[in-house]
Design a protein around this ligand. Structure first.
Ligand SMILES: Cc1cc2nc3c(=O)[nH]c(=O)nc-3n(C[C@H](O)[C@H](O)[C@H](O)COP(=O)(O)O)c2cc1C
Length: 386
């Protein structure tokens, strides 16, 4: 099983990700992992913290002569802003954050709760996801995430982008500060963020992730806990501030008749020996997942991020020291973190795909995974009538 856990606090010494079950023989590319970490720190509307931190991951274990050894990999992202013991502990819990419940539940005040619930922790998730992408890269599976909405500004990409390669999508996305596929609406999106900031407010947004060249049959219909749609949804919903997850057309399907909701199955003999096995879907409303299994179409996942809870113009709260009405605490914060969040969602989805690969094809070595993927392709082709 390929899994990861994270440790660390926002103003502690740093963030760690312990990745267990990572196959041997995958070439390490630290520059790639660091580039993903730097991308998480970018985007329009970020505040002062990102200027202080210039993240890079030190790989402390599990690599031998530049390749993975098959043993646990410990990634360490150092905090330059290490001052946890000097930080005050506020008593005015912020609505939308873990302050109230966490301080009541653990009895140590708000500081320890906000230190761990802070999205600084996502640096560790991105490091783990970027490592997982090194495995996916070897298997020619590509994961691209982008912003598809900023507050009320709709950045839904043109349908034509569905035929673009992952590399082409990345080029469009990386050419604008919002990280969307709609550079034509960049100014409008930036204005929405600027307006929120000037009003002392915050805004959320929407994110989409596409995974291409996915093999048939990752995940399973047989047990709820192994369904890949469920695993992806858990990984995405567990990211700070994510309040909605959709697979494919998601919530819109509730209002769509079945005749227009499902993806008809066609056949193209010329594609028989590709990962799609020749089964062609004119649409992909199911987002590449049916009954918890990949069906050869790209996986499409969307996430809805709520506005950041720390407001320059704070909401009403109760002081936990006096039980008097008070304004919620303010701690250095962004007006909108949707671009950074898109990097996080992309990387956690990548990790789940890599975990599903290891589940299906075995986890000892890259060589073995490749051989088993080829065997699966041949086996499935043999199942097709001649
Ligand atoms: C990339 C990213 C950056 C974030 N930045 C902030 C921030 O600067 N200030 C803040 O209050 N919340 C921020 N959040 C959201 C909070 O961490 C989150 O709302 C909080 O931990 C409560 O968790 P929940 O929203 O999942 O319930 C950010 C979230 C993400 C994904």
């Amino acid at each position: 099983m390929l899994t990861y856990q994270t440790a660390g606090e926002s103003h502690g010494k740093g963030l760690a990700a312990l990745v267990d079950g990572f196959p041997a023989g995958v070439p390490l590319d630290s520059a790639f992992i660091d580039a993903e970490l730097r991308r998480r720190q970018g985007g329009y509307g970020r505040g002062g913290r990102q200027k202080i931190e210039t993240d890079s991951a030190e790989i402390l274990t599990g690599i031998w002569r530049g390749v993975s050894m098959g043993s646990p990999i410990l990634l360490w992202v150092k905090n330059r802003d290490y001052k946890i013991d000097e930080m005050p502990t506020p008593t005015q819990p912020r609505p939308g954050h873990g302050d109230l419940t966490g301080s009541m539940k653990y009895g140590q005040g708000i500081r320890p709760i906000l230190e761990r619930s802070s999205a600084r922790e996502t640096a560790a998730r991105v490091a783990a996801g970027a490592l997982a992408k090194l495995l996916l890269r070897e298997l020619e599976i590509d994961v691209v995430g982008f912003v598809s909405g900023v507050g009320a500004v709709d950045l839904t990409p043109d349908a034509a982008t569905e035929t673009l390669s992952a590399q082409e999508l990345r080029e469009i996305r990386d050419g604008n500060e919002i990280f969307s596929l709609r550079p034509d609406k960049d100014a409008e999106a930036k204005k929405a963020i600027d307006d929120a900031r000037s009003a002392g407010d915050t805004i959320g947004g929407l994110i989409e992730v596409r995974v291409s060249n996915v093999p048939f049959g990752l995940g399973t219909h047989a047990q709820w806990s192994s369904k890949l749609d469920g695993r992806i949804a858990q990984a995405v919903a567990a990211i700070q501030a994510m309040k909605g997850v959709e697979i494919g057309a998601g919530f819109a399907l509730a209002k769509t008749p079945g005749s227009l909701a499902h993806d008809e199955i066609l056949w193209d003999a010329s594609l028989r020996s590709t990962r799609s096995l020749g089964f062609v879907r004119p649409t992909n409303r199911c987002g590449g997942l049916e009954a918890g299994m990949t069906n050869g179409c790209p996986i499409v996942v969307r996430a809805a991020m709520k506005p950041i809870p720390t407001l320059l113009k704070p909401l009403r709260s109760i002081d936990l020291a006096t039980l008097e009405p008070v304004e919620a605490a303010y701690e250095r914060s962004d007006a909108c973190a949707i671009s950074a969040a898109s990097v996080v969602v992309e990387n956690v989805v990548a990790f789940e795909i890599a975990a599903a690969i290891v589940d299906k094809f075995g986890g000892d070595s890259l060589e073995e995974i490749k051989a088993r993927m080829e065997l699966q392709q041949k086996t499935l082709e043999l199942r097709l009538p001649r």
